[in-house]
Design a protein around this ligand. Structure first.
Ligand SMILES: Nc1ncnc2c1ncn2[C@@H]1O[C@H](COP(=O)(O)OP(=O)(O)OP(=O)(O)O)[C@@H](O)[C@H]1O
Ligand SMILES: [Mg+2]
Length: 322
């Protein structure tokens, strides 16, 4: 008997596409997309019209690709779309909630449609509505909900049948900053604590870098980049320094560091120090120098940390694609 172990073959990707292409008439929404998605939280980033929702709808079997292939949880999207929909939850981008039904009745209904019995569906609905933070309001008709409550109800129905993977299409759309943070924490918990793989879209790169293990960037239907989030946020070799006090103190520090051979520039209330020259680059010598110079000047050191690139920078660099 031949035993094929996971170590030899590697874990099966949650989603795998090969040459996926979608044209709507003359509009090229997706072009030759070949990408793999693994477990955990994967952010799908792109500007309006980049092809994010089109990709999700193709993976769900709601749209037919013009060319190419894809597998979701090992199932071919063209042959097994019904099986895929059994295993996958979907939070659509646009409002899809019946206004005269309560969130509680709606989620019970969705769970029953997925095959759960009456009492299991009620239990499951109560659980997911609690997880998404809809309390007493879950008994009110959804037509009267705020945008934040509607987004939570949409998320709850996506989780109703205990899926293995969820597609969350712009879950933070229309939310205020505090509600955005709550929603992002929830997305992260779904991926990390509940063990459900998540593909989450947004056009705000900064918010996806906070919660995603992996980020895929689409630009005009083309794959711009697919990498672990840590690789996007790779260190630049520069340092960020902040001292207690006004801009005058900040500038005094910058000038003193420059006299010791470090190239400095102001960045807001901080001093950004370019990668140190040889001699100061090794063994934390630059860190020691900054600490000593701040102490000599009598300045309180508040922050001394590596500067990291952010997704916005990667996206802007990528925007030069021919
Ligand atoms: N049914 C359709 N018919 C014609 N063109 C379409 C259709 N759906 C989408 N498109 C076009 O395909 C492209 C990709 O659209 P898609 O909705 O997938 O982008 P998106 O990344 O989800 O954008 P958004 O951030 O605005 O939701 C856009 O140019 C859009 O206008
Ligand atoms: Mg969209």
């Amino acid at each position: 008997m031949t035993v094929v172990t996971g170590e030899l073959t590697g874990p099966l990707p949650v989603i795998s596409t090969a040459g996926l292409t979608k044209h709507y008439g003359t509009v090229h929404a997706l072009t030759d997309l070949t990408v793999d998605v693994g477990d955990g939280v994967t952010g799908l980033v792109g500007a309006n019209g980049a092809g994010k929702s089109t990709l999700i709808k193709i993976l769900l079997g709601l749209l037919e690709p013009t060319a190419g292939h894809a597998h979701v949880l090992g199932h071919d999207i063209e042959e097994h779309s019904q099986e895929i929909r059994r295993l996958v939850g979907y939070m659509p981008e646009h409002d899809c909630l019946p206004p005269d039904v309560s969130a509680s009745d709606f989620v019970v209904h969705m769970a029953r449609m997925s095959g759960l019995g009456a009492s299991a569906a009620r239990e499951r609905a109560a659980d997911v509505l609690r997880h998404v933070g809809l309390d007493e309001e879950r008994y009110r008709p959804m037509g009267g909900y705020s945008t934040g409550m509607k987004q939570r109800a949409k998320l709850a129905q996506a989780l109703a049948h205990d899926p293995r993977l969820v597609f969350l299409d712009e879950p933070t759309n229309g939310l205020d900053p505090a509600a955005r943070t709550d929603m992002l924490r929830l997305v992260q918990r779904i991926g990390n604590d509940f063990g459900i793989a998540v593909l989450v879209t947004s056009h705000l790169l900064g918010e996806l870098e906070q919660v995603s293990d992996h980020v895929i960037v689409l630009d005009g239907g083309h794959l711009l980049r697919s990498s672990a989030t840590g690789e996007f946020l790779e260190r630049t070799g520069s340092l960020l320094v902040e001292v207690v006090g006004t801009e005058t103190e900040r500038d005094r520090l910058g000038e003193a560091l420059a006299r010791h051979g470090l190239t400095c520039r102001p960045r807001g209330t901080m001093v950004a120090v370019d990668p140190p020259p040889p001699g100061l680059a090794e063994g934390g010598a630059a860190h020691d120098l900054i600490r000593d110079v701040a102490a000599e000047l009598g300045l309180g050191l508040m922050r001394l940390q590596p500067d990291r690139r952010h997704l916005e920078d990667v996206f802007l660099e990528g925007g030069t694609r021919a």
